[in-house]
Design a protein around this ligand. Structure first.
Ligand SMILES: [Zn+2]
Length: 636
């Protein structure tokens, strides 16, 4: 039987028969090979143990491996100009060759997926696979801000990425809600009681990822999505004031802004060896404030610009100069660039294109190099797209395709448009926004593997059903062996035991809202919501209500009005017709969540408030039903 490989290699030529791998075998690394080749051999040894119970030893050897051995060799050959290309030959022994250790690692991953175990026998089909990626940038973005992701989880995800030949982990570290990067120059960004990664932890993570062939690219959002920084250092604000969610923006003109960014980028550059740094630059919602600020107006005058969009470009240009001084290349989200507005940012910055064809097409025309991270279909979790689009929509995507128009909740398929062949597309990445850690993997797999496949083998034939069959036959079990929970075998939800008096939140206690009977921690809330008419945006507010009694408007914590540390909000969800189902997870002490439509994330709040959870509809004609609160695994 042919191994169910993901991603499918470009060229496979199987012969009849299979090589049986012995229980104790040798992996041969040429004596002159660089240390990295021995490290790659170590990944193979660990994988053989994990996948097939084989105990392999690593040792030096010359040309041509003896029977039954696996030899890793660096060699120029066809496709050698691509450092990620490899050839895997299986005859009486196994040989993996590549011009670079990067290619050897991908050959090792293909060999591990090719190893089929039946009883005590492990075999690999004979033949030759020669392979190389369609795109050099194959990524995943993890959002550690809205919901802190622990390092074990991130390491596990890196291992899965490596197994499917994804090579860039884009780590979203800074946003309105929290600041997850230990910042020595500005320690107030790391708020007491809120988890963050120390620089030492991140250095270790970078090294771990590098071992698995994955590069970590950090993202720090400026000048918007900056509530944490602005509230910690209000002198970053035009009026030197703390701000609410979505209302924070760095002053463009004050020297302190640039000193702040410079020192943060300096620390990041020291921790992350990647050639790139992502500085966000998306959604500067509060940019109007720049028009009334003396410092921003002075900057406008100095740069000879008259519009806010042009002023924004000068900001992006200065970001570009700044990161170059730190030896890095700048990445920004695509909405940082306004075609036709001088001064245009230089074309050699990398555009992370998260929107639809209508926006991305003009950027491609202008000659920018891009990553395709279009929210349709690559937002695999949360935000407006809730659980993301179905596997078939992901299957139909590749790095040249953007939806037209954009993706919306409820879309089953997307109408894709293809960028011209002249467009510079480095690759792409899926995004896991705002998702509670326990939910992330349920959302990611197997769709992330389909993204990986389409970035590696862009012109692959086959449909979603064929892909899913291959996934079930191979990678699904591999995920379990790597420690990814099997949600189908063991659902995470357990209803509250009614014996201990814990209650499921039910019943109407006011027009359109329900109150649970007790307070909870580590819970999953599900409910169904119906808008008065299709096409509505925004949904519900959920808040903790200290002493909020039944039958009265709860005097809960008004989270929209006063944003505490740890607050999260979302907007912009278009509701479908009829009932929409929502799921929210909170971890740790109960915290207020605002949900303007189907967001599944959690917050750890340093000042937990006791009291029941209130689920309240936001307007006339909104209806809620099927409200359930369930503990997460391990919750008491
Ligand atoms: Zn200003």
């Amino acid at each position: 039987m042919k191994p169910p490989l993901i991603p499918v290699p470009h060229h496979i030529s199987y012969k009849s028969g299979a090589l049986r791998l012995e229980r104790r075998m040798r992996i041969i690394v040429p004596a002159e090979a660089p240390a990295r080749v021995t490290e790659v051999a170590g990944i193979l040894r660990d994988g053989l143990r994990e996948e097939a119970g084989i105990e392999a030893s690593i040792g030096p050897g010359g040309k041509g491996g003896p029977k039954g051995t696996i030899r890793l060799a660096l060699a120029a050959g066809p496709g050698a100009e691509d450092p990620e290309a490899y050839t895997l030959k299986v005859g009486s022994s196994v040989e993996i060759t590549a011009s670079d250790p990067r290619g050897l690692l991908w050959g090792v991953q293909t060999l591990l997926q090719s190893t089929q175990v039946s009883g005590s026998a492990a075999t690999v089909p004979k033949g030759t696979i020669s392979d190389s990626p369609s795109r050099p940038w194959r990524g995943l973005m993890l959002d550690s801000v809205r919901s802190f992701l622990d390092l074990d989880f991130v390491r596990r995800t890196i291992r899965v990425m490596s197994a499917c030949k994804l090579n860039v982990l884009h780590l979203h570290l800074i946003d309105d809600q929290a600041w997850r990067f230990e910042t020595k120059a500005f320690p107030k960004c790391n708020r007491p009681g809120e988890p963050f990664y120390t620089q030492a932890e991140l250095r270790e993570l970078v090294a771990f990822a590098a071992r698995y062939g994955v590069e970590i690219v950090p993202e720090f959002d400026v000048p918007g999505h900056s509530m944490t920084a602005v509230n910690a250092y209000p002198e970053l604000d035009c009026e030197r004031r703390p701000r609410k969610m979505d209302e924070a923006i760095f002053c463009s003109g004050r020297p302190f802004t640039w000193e702040f960014i410079d020192r943060v980028v300096g620390e990041a550059a020291d921790v992350f060896p990647s050639a790139y740094i992502h500085l966000g630059a998306d959604e500067p919602y509060a940019i109007k404030r720049w028009a009334d600020c003396p410092d921003c107006r002075a900057r406008m005058k100095q740069n000879g610009v008259t519009s806010l969009e042009a002023l924004y470009h000068t900001f992006v240009n200065d970001l570009d100069d700044l990161v170059r001084r730190h030896g890095k290349k700048l990445i920004v989200w695509s909405d940082a660039i306004h075609p036709g507005v001088a001064p245009m940012p230089p074309q050699d910055i990398l555009i992370d294109a998260w929107v639809d064809f209508g926006t991305v097409g003009p950027l491609a025309e202008l000659g920018y190099t891009m990553l395709n991270s279009s929210n349709g279909p690559l937002y695999l979790t949360s935000f407006g797209l809730r659980e993301g689009l179905p596997l078939a929509a992901v299957e139909a995507w590749n790095a040249t395709k953007f939806p037209s128009p954009g993706a919306e909740l409820g879309d089953q398929v997307l109408a894709y448009k293809t960028l011209s062949a002249n467009a510079h597309i480095l690759g792409g990445h899926a995004s896991a926004w705002a998702t509670e850690q326990l939910l992330t993997e349920r959302r990611l797999y197997p769709r992330l593997l389909a993204v990986a496949e389409n970035l590696w083998s862009e012109d692959r034939a086959g449909d979603a059903a064929e892909f899913e069959a291959r996934y079930r036959a191979g990678f699904a079990a591999r995920l379990r062996r790597m420690g990814v929970p099997d949600d189908e075998a063991a659902p995470m939800e357990r209803p509250f035991a009614s014996a201990d008096g814990a209650a499921v939140a039910v019943g109407e206690t006011g027009p359109g809202w329900a109150v649970s009977e007790r307070s909870y921690r580590d819970f999953r809330l599900t409910f169904e919501l119906r808008a008065p008419a299709p096409g509505h945006h925004t949904g519900v507010i959920i808040r903790c209500a200290p002493g909020g009694g039944a039958g009265t408007e709860p005097k809960g914590f008004p989270i929209v009005a006063a944003a505490p540390p740890g607050l999260v909000m979302s907007g912009g969800l278009r509701l479908a017709e009829g009932w929409d189902r929502f799921e929210v997870v909170a971890r740790g002490p109960i915290v207020s969540l605002t949900i303007n439509g189907g967001l599944a994330w959690s917050v750890v709040d340093p000042t937990p408030r006791a009291g029941p959870i209130v689920l309240q509809s936001t307007g006339k004609g909104w209806q809620i039903r099927e409200v359930r609160v369930q503990p997460l695994d391990g919750a008491k």
